[in-house]
Ligand binder design. Structure first.
Ligand code: GLN
Ligand code: ZN
Length: 775
């Protein structure tokens, strides 16, 4: 058996350089590609990934190449491999997700991920503090487990046949349980982590099957050990890790084990548990995390030092990374090798595709392939000494210096403006005084009705935008399409009888990219796709320099929409935290400072909207909770700068301008105070899926601003009945002071089609009229 390789990556982008897997998946779901065709496409992509990674310098037969593909999600893969399928999916009959042998069928796999007529899908939520979403395991106290190594073992064998010894990657047992939620019928207080005893034999079986298939090393990912934001405490997680790796390490027939703790530092207790466990290698994140304590248990282990950033795009300080590697050598491990901090699944494939970007900016970047090259360089340095890689280290240092000195990276006028800010800049008149002034100006009925901003993005719109982007349509022609669409959306809202209108956001393909395209300091990529979930990918913008607004962004669209109606039309902006959360951010400036720069640009935009006669401005912050740090001690500081950035963006507004915000969720927890702190006049939130439970929570917390609990779920094409909407509204009107309650859908309508949208909004207005009569 081989030693752990000198350099490796913990994972690699999974959709393919041209999103081949996305296309195959969507063709399969649409019935245009059969199961065999899908499997062929996935197999071809896996083969390409292996040979590509070998060509980039990872050892082909030394377990350096991770076997880390997925047809949808790695947590779902672990659910399937351990047979941890919730019983609601397995009742015998045609709707079961299991095949005749009791394993999950391919169709069943996609039912778990996407739902079917008979089964709502598994819930989806964010993977640690990234923008990747995983499927949430649902476990009951009597959950059955059953090892199904078939897929991963077949891939290891397939790699062998291709001439590769790869390293299969699996979510580890502690993390699988720690991310699970109790099934709906589980008794109060049930902890999924209590199932560990029964889960471990299943992992043991998986490990021995993978060994038999030809794996020499297996990677188990345990990011739960770095988080303080899970239901289980760090102490409980560490105890579970101690138990799990004592058992798995002691197995006779198994491959060697690499246990990883990406996305931060493992808790002290978890680190003690892992270093004491009989496993052969540990991988730590030395980009987000810091160097852990030396531990005697390391003496027989390889330490895979994750000094190459798996999450952000900056080429970075390679010499400093090499210093960190040398420092890691002092921890007492038998060997130190080079790794990425996390899987590279959070990065686009290669900067070589970005031919439309300024080459100078490109020279400062490293996407997944360039990260692999950094790993192999550093590994060579470890083997042959620093002098052997001096040229590469110097080139990276020179790129850093070039970046620091480049025009636009540091703009004195922008810095001077943020430096001059005072506490008064984030204060408005007290909210209750504003409310009176606003009601005078806006003259809205009780239970005012509105929408969250976007209307359905029609095929015509998408075609027009694509033609314009390719230069096949003139800007005048494209803008005429936009004006026609805005006029149609305004007319429609008037007809339906909504009180506060929107322009429908037809000019935006994406709520962040649109702003990035219009702000200095940002760049957008051509092919910089990053998997968000399943077949979905986003193209995060690159925030590379100081941010400012060269010209108004949304004003003429808002002004045009307002000119078409006597009713108020909301201005519609994306908030500073969401703009940062959905971009690749700078590593050379504190996030809080960048947030202030973005906030000032938005503040100017709001002033221009006001000057154009707009009375209501909505600033969306759906990502406010997403960026919340995993470690409790970092949360307070984050909430301070993020809330202040929102206030800085909005507090320049006159008291008679009503500021709305929109959040896409309803589990507020630690962020409830932060939401109050935003000081918005009206907040719209998700509420329909939890059937309004959040309303009682807000009432109990004494939330005393306008609140629009989403009256129906826009994530499904289902049209809510008038009765259903009326019931939710009645609930809100009973529990909250009436003048606070707004009526709106859960979220924007851009992913819906028009027929269901018109029907649902009509029911929403009818329900409002009915409830208004009863209160
Ligand atoms: N205004 C945006 C829209 O309606 C909000 C979307 C979001 O919160 N994700 O599309
Ligand atoms: Zn939303």
């Amino acid at each position: 058996m081989t030693a752990f390789p000198a350099g490796t990556v913990l994972g690699y982008p999974r959709l393919g350089p041209q999103r081949e897997l996305k296309r195959a998946l969507e063709a399969h779901w649409a019935g245009r590609l059969d199961a065999a065709g899908l499997e062929d496409a996935a197999r071809a992509l896996r083969a390409r990934t292996r040979s590509h990674l070998a060509a980039l310098g990872l050892s082909a037969d030394g377990s350096a190449i991770p076997e880390a593909s997925s047809l949808y999600d790695q947590v779902l893969d672990a659910i399937v491999a351990t047979g941890a399928v919730p019983s609601r999916f397995t009742a015998p009959g045609p709707d079961s997700v299991l095949d005749a042998d009791g394993g999950v069928s391919l169709a069943g796999y996609f039912t778990l991920a996407r739902g079917s007529e008979a089964h709502p899908a598994l819930e989806m939520t964010k993977w640690f503090d990234t923008n990747y979403h995983y499927l949430v395991p649902e476990l009951a106290p009597d959950q059955a487990f059953r090892a199904d190594p078939s897929r991963l073992a077949a891939q290891v064998a397939e790699a062998r046949a291709q001439g590769f010894v790869t390293r299969p990657v699996l979510v580890g047992p502690v993390t699988l349980l720690a991310l699970a939620k109790p099934a709906a019928d589980a008794p109060e207080g049930f902890q999924p982590l209590s199932l560990l005893d029964r889960l471990l034999p299943v992992y043991a079986e998986l490990l021995s099957a993978l060994r038999e298939a030809g794996a020499e090393w297996v990677q188990l990912d345990e990011p739960a050990l770095v988080s303080e934001s899970l239901d289980a405490t760090p102490a409980e997680l560490a105890a579970a890790a101690a138990q799990a790796y004592a058992v798995l390490g002691a197995l006779e027939a198994r491959a060697r084990l690499l246990v990883t703790t990406p996305y931060g530092s493992p808790s002290e207790a978890a680190w003690a548990a892992l270093t004491a466990a009989p496993v052969e290698a540990l991988a730590i994140d030395l980009v987000r995390g810091s160097l852990p304590a030396a531990a005697p248990g390391l003496a027989d282990k390889t330490l895979v030092a994750g000094v190459v950033d798996g999450r952000n795009v900056w080429r970075g300080d390679l010499a400093a990374a090499f210093d960190t590697l040398e420092a890691a050598a002092s921890l007492g491990a038998a060997a130190v090798t080079v790794g990425t901090s996390t899987s590279l699944q959070h990065l686009p494939h290669t900067v070589a595709d970005e031919t439309a970007l300024d080459p100078r900016l490109v020279s400062w970047l490293a996407f997944a392939d360039e990260r692999v090259a950094q790993v192999t360089t550093l590994a060579r340095g470890l083997g042959e000494g620093r002098a052997a890689i001096a040229a590469e280290l110097d080139a990276a240092t020179a790129a850093l210096a070039d970046r620091a000195a480049a025009d636009g990276v540091r703009v004195e006028a922008v810095r001077a403006r943020t430096a001059a800010l005072t506490p008064a800049d984030i204060e408005r008149l007290p909210a209750h005084e504003r409310a009176v002034i606003q009601q005078d100006r806006l003259a809205l009925p009780i239970l005012p009705t509105t929408t969250i901003g976007s209307f359905p993005q029609t095929a015509e719109l998408r075609i027009a935008r694509a033609q314009h982007a390719r230069g096949e349509a003139t800007t005048e022609a494209y803008e005429e399409v936009l004006r026609l669409e805005i006029a149609r959306v305004i007319g429609l809202q008037e007809e339906i009888g909504l009180d506060v209108l929107v322009h429908g956001e037809p000019e935006r393909n994406d709520m962040v990219q649109y702003f990035a395209e219009h702000l200095d300091g940002f760049a957008v990529t051509r092919n910089g796709w990053v998997q968000s979930y399943g077949s979905r990918a986003t193209r995060p913008s690159l925030l590379w320099g100081d941010v400012s607004r060269p010209a108004p962004i949304t004003v003429r669209w808002a002004e045009f929409a307002q000119s078409l109606s006597e009713k108020h039309v909301k201005g519609m902006l994306t908030g500073p935290v969401t703009i940062l959360a959905w971009s690749f951010v700078r590593d050379d400036l504190a996030l809080g400072e960048t947030a202030r720069q973005v906030a000032l640009a938005l503040r100017d935009e709001i002033a221009d909207l006001e000057a154009a006669g707009i009375a209501i401005v909505q600033v969306d912050e759906p990502a406010l909770r997403e960026l919340l740090p995993l470690r409790a001690d970092a949360q307070e500081e984050y909430l301070r700068w993020s809330v202040d950035a929102f206030r800085l963006a909005t507090a320049g507004a006159a008291p008679e301008t009503q500021i709305h915000t929109h959040l896409c969720y309803s589990e507020f927890g630690v962020v409830l105070d932060a939401i109050r702190g935003l000081d918005a006049d009206v907040t719209s939130i998700e509420a329909a899926r939890s059937r309004g439970e959040v309303i009682a929570e807000l009432a109990a917390a004494g939330f005393d601003r306008g609140i629009g609990p989403g009256a129906y779920d826009i994530h499904s094409p289902r049209v809510p009945s008038t009765d259903e909407v009326a019931a939710l509204l009645t609930l809100a009107a009973e529990q909250l002071p009436l003048r606070q309650v707004w009526v709106n859908p859960d979220c924007g309508l851009k992913t819906r089609a028009y027929p269901e949208t018109i029907a649902a909004l009509t029911h929403l207005v009818e329900a409002t009229a009915r409830v208004r009569e009863t209160v």
